[in-house]
Design a protein around this ligand. Structure first.
Ligand SMILES: [Zn+2]
Length: 121
């Protein structure tokens, strides 16, 4: 069973502060995680967390544009993956992450190691 707390902690730093680089990796603890995005249609966005030290990948999906979305940070590899995988997403490991900020509840779905879950690695 995946220990999700380090993933939630990492995601929370991004969602609370908007930090895009040098997040702490939940797998190897290196401060080497960078954020990128994907956008599929008008209602499915993902925020990706890539560790350049160990290669771990995690992502959250959103039903609306995430607060720190930046189209210049769309990662073409992840975008291609999302475009191909979108029909499988409901079967992926997911955790409901509830954040309360600025009086508004924001729900995100955390797909920890989505790529691994989808490929059964
Ligand atoms: Zn790592």
């Amino acid at each position: 069973m995946l220990n999700t707390k380090p993933y939630l902690d990492m995601a929370k730093v991004h969602f609370d502060t908007g930090r895009l680089d040098h997040l702490v990796c939940p797998e190897c603890n290196a401060q080497m995680v960078s954020v990128s995005f994907t956008r599929s249609g008008n209602d499915r966005y993902c925020t990706y967390f890539d560790c350049s030290a160990c290669g771990n990948v995690a992502c959250t999906s959103h039903a609306e544009e995430p607060e720190y979305f930046d189209s210049s940070r769309i990662d073409p590899r992840h975008q291609e993956f999302e475009d191909r995988a979108s029909r499988f997403v409901d079967s992926a490991t997911e955790i409901v992450l509830t954040e309360s900020r600025k009086g508004k509840n924001q729900f995100s779905r955390l797909f920890a190691s989505l790529r691994a879950a989808l490929t059964g690695r």
